[in-house]
Design a protein around this ligand. Structure first.
Ligand SMILES: C[S@@+](CC[C@H](N)C(=O)[O-])C[C@H]1O[C@@H](n2cnc3c(N)ncnc32)[C@H](O)[C@@H]1O
Length: 302
């Protein structure tokens, strides 16, 4: 019999996505008072309908970390999507489209767009800032976002663009035709999704010679510390020059902090491993302001 079990993790884990006090609904055959192995974690089930993480095999953690992350993401999906939507509905009401760590890289991303682009897909378009830039380079842009508030803002701000189709949608259950898009773009969004699944889907949706362009956040490790130390003062200088202040208004800080509590990212090592398997030849580049870009061209199969 399958049960939804709320699993409180009570151990600190070095992996993002599983942290102290995370509650993860698990679907598994529940056997009271048994110890089961899930990935490289050992889970104790109890009569109360709760399961607790009993031990973590650190030696196998390294080998299995990406698998566990994708399982974890899949398990948390239903729960997360409603939460993420609520977070971004709240953030939409505070959106000012001033300089940030994502739009700082818009020019770099635009340079990756192919010359003659007919159909472009943007996933997680937010208030539509990048979709409007895409619309100047492509014939048609399909821009999706989970948050109805974001889409209504995007439509409001993009009235003069007749070639953008803004839609409220969770990209996960959507089925695209094979080779439907010349270019697929996603900015600061894919970390909300199981990475292997979404990259596989987007790969199939790209036409031959189509380009996948991703900008997203990554989980910094100790080896990323030197670059962060350079980024911190540079970020403050840029922020002040571009916006005239170094601190966001309180309401904005609080909304991002609330969202950050259930945000998780892959490390660059994990991401590169996934790319080797799904998108061979992908260029993954670390950028200064806590972002990476992933650029992949779908070359004709030989
Ligand atoms: C951090 S915001 C980035 C917005 C925009 N790309 C930018 O750079 O300003 C992430 C966006 O992804 C959207 N999102 C998250 N999960 C999604 C999903 N499964 N399908 C579609 N959109 C999603 C959120 O609603 C949010 O607007």
């Amino acid at each position: 019999m399958l049960h939804d079990i709320d699993m409180p993790f009570s151990l600190w884990s070095p992996m993002r996505g599983i942290s102290t006090n995370d509650h993860i609904p698990l679907n598994f055959v529940r056997i009271p008072n048994q110890c089961i192995t899930y990935g490289s974690a050992e889970i104790q089930t109890g009569l109360s309908g709760k399961a607790t993480l009993r031990a973590w095999y650190f030696c196998s953690l390294h080998l299995h970390s990406s698998t566990i992350i994708s399982h974890t993401k899949a398990m948390t999906n239903t729960l997360d999507m409603a939460t993420i939507q609520a977070d971004f509905d709240r953030l939409a009401l505070l959106s000012s489209e001033t300089w940030d760590h994502n739009n700082h890289y818009h020019r770099f991303l635009l340079r990756q767009i192919p010359q003659h682009c007919s159909d472009v897909l943007e996933i997680g378009c937010g208030s539509g800032m990048f979709a409007r830039l895409l619309a100047q380079k492509a014939e048609h842009v399909l821009a999706l976002d989970l948050s109805p508030q974001m889409i209504s803002l995007a439509r409001e701000r993009s009235k003069q663009f007749t070639n953008i189709d803004f839609q409220v949608a969770d990209v996960q259950p959507l089925e695209f035709s094979s080779g439907q898009f010349d270019c697929v773009v996603s900015i600061a969004t894919l970390h909300h999704l199981p990475m292997e699944d979404i990259l596989t889907k987007l790969k199939a949706a790209l036409a031959t010679n189509g380009i996948l362009i991703v900008l997203d956040l990554y989980q910094a490790r100790l080896t990323d510390l030197p670059i962060s130390l350079i980024a911190i003062p540079w970020n403050l200088v840029l922020k002040f020059l571009k916006t005239g202040h170094i601190m966001e208004p309180k309401a904005v800080r609080e909304a991002w902090a609330a969202h950050g509590k259930h945000d998780s990212y892959l490390t660059l090592v994990q991401l590169r491993k996934i790319c080797r398997e799904i998108l061979p030849g992908a260029r993954v580049k670390r950028h200064l302001l806590w972002r990476y870009s992933l650029i992949w061209k779908k070359i004709p199969a030989s």
